[in-house]
Design a protein around this ligand. Sequence first.
Ligand code: PFF
Length: 444
Amino acid sequence: MKRDGFGSQLGALMALIGSAVGLGNLWKFPYMTGINGGAAFIIIYAGFMFILCLPLMLSEFIIGRRSQSNPVGAFRKIYPKGKWYYTGILGVLGAFIILSFYSVVGGWAFKYFFTALQFGFTDIAGAESQFNQFIQSPFEPIFLHLLFLGITMAILWTGVKNGIEKYSKILMPLLFFMVLILAVYAINLPDAKLGIDFMIRPDWSKVTPSVILNALGQGLFSLSLGMGAVITYSSYMGKTENLTKIAVLTILMDLVFALLAGLVVLPAVFSFGFEPTQGPGLLFIILPEVFASMPGGNLFGIVFFIVLLIAAITSAISLLEVITSYLTEEKKISRHKALIYSGIALLITGSVCSLSMGVLSDILIFGKNIFDFFDMISSTYIMPIGAFFIAVFVGWKMKKKDVKAELSNNGKLKLRTFNLFLFLVRFFVPIAIVVIFLNLLGIF
Ligand code: PFF
């Protein structure tokens, strides 16, 4: 049977941007910028996107497109000796863990969207307690998480070309348009200048090693790297696609989305006298308060939560596709069965994550509840470890001529920076990741 795949370069690009742009851009980036001191963090982050994330993304492209296979099969096909395919297994596991809590947060976005539609944002004083009460309750978040998961499964049900590609091509331009409108509105709010200044005037005295390391970690998460998602998507790309061009455009767009999200959230936060250093609650606690006090805040809020939902869904489909492609190709079960089995498993693990905010909050793993533990284990361990092995694999294990052939489409494209690429994947990327990793473990 012919393997499903993307029908065009544009379709592949939209799907990749869809995977990259998600909660990482709209929820994490503004609050990370807030707690890491603003402009200086953004400049460092943008730098890492190109010197660290670009070579990594190209490495995943090389593995995926060359093998035309799921992340586990990809390593087996390219390098059958040894245990390199464990990198793929780690990715599938990581996708499962991330999706378990990601779809719970997706459910929260639904809640806020429905609330905005029904009542608007009015109760300013109780935003924090309302949020806490909601996430701790036993049924509603689980039901909404299931809704989010169901939509993700429905998109994948029809396959790569008729599912992922079709929806990404419609949803991503729509998303861009909506974020742009929100940003234009937000920067015209009174005192928005304070927020913009915070984003463009670097205060280098705020830069500490942890700011640098946060920027690196955020880059990996935001671009879906180290997990097999990019390997999976690139395995659906055609042999004539220009990998370097797609990678550069995906990274640029991801950065643009993050900056626009910053421009939506930060001027609004400053404009209404809140502190940007709130952390994860910035989106769900502070923003509803901002919406309640700004002119046209309800409409703004509705559009904002639609944006958040679309972005989260197009990322979730890439996570679920990692699991689906693994099950169909390695375990030889049909696509629909694979989706149903993983859906049931995710319903259970997601529910456990959700309940760990409330009735199961006494269960602690390394001092964290299950939700936080899943978040930590994926972004602190699985993604950096996966990224490290992917870079080492392409830099040291694959044949140089194969790497070159893949990047240049068998010599058809000129490669001006091949040696720089090789240097980055062989030395810079693995060393930088080891440094982040040791720091996250508290060894530095
Ligand atoms: N890049 C997504 C975001 O920024 O929200 C999250 C993500 C998707 C991470 C897919 C990893 C992944 F494989």
